[in-house]
Design a protein around this ligand. Sequence first.
Ligand SMILES: [Zn+2]
Length: 218
Amino acid sequence: MECKKCNSKNYIKKGLRDNKQRFYCKNCQRYFQSDYTYQAYKSETNKFISTLLKESCGVRSIARILNISNKTVLSRMLKISKQIKIPYFNKFGCKFEVDEIFIRIGNKDVRNYLTYAIEQNTKNVISFTVGSRNTENLRFVIDKILLLHPKRIYTDKLNIYPTIIPKEIHKRFQYCTNRIERMNLNLRTHIKRLSRKTICFTRNQKYLEAHLKIYFWG
Ligand SMILES: [Zn+2]
């Protein structure tokens, strides 16, 4: 047996809990057991959760597959997303596409959107925001792109864009956002939270943001 946290063999028996032998690792100074009653203690749980979240599994189905509780899945989701570092895109002069897709969060009378931007060739997601389709939210995404000195920004015909994107680099015509429209379909297929007419998830915004972060950058 090895230490579950650091794989060292430098450990001793120390203490009992619920009649189970506990071990103390002298290398990382932490305690562990050879097996756990609580399944979520296993070190690969987080990896499974983030993989299953990208394969269109709902929270309850993940809980059933891994034999852990719903609440653990939700809290781990937030924990995993907090640890993700957003990769820094540092190529200048690229072409970007921006689009919004309709999502259901919060009150059902409010129309909310996921607005996000991708680079055309690599399809890297530069930035995203969740909320209503107003100037403030769109500007959050657009400003991130403008920092990269874009060659072009392609958008749909929403009338807010011309007010926040310089005219020389802004293009909007039919078919110019094909790539991001295709990606919208991927998102709806791969993320259970974005599929329509399901009862599989909470409508809480923080969980959706965590899920998207794991999908885009995790
Ligand atoms: Zn250790």
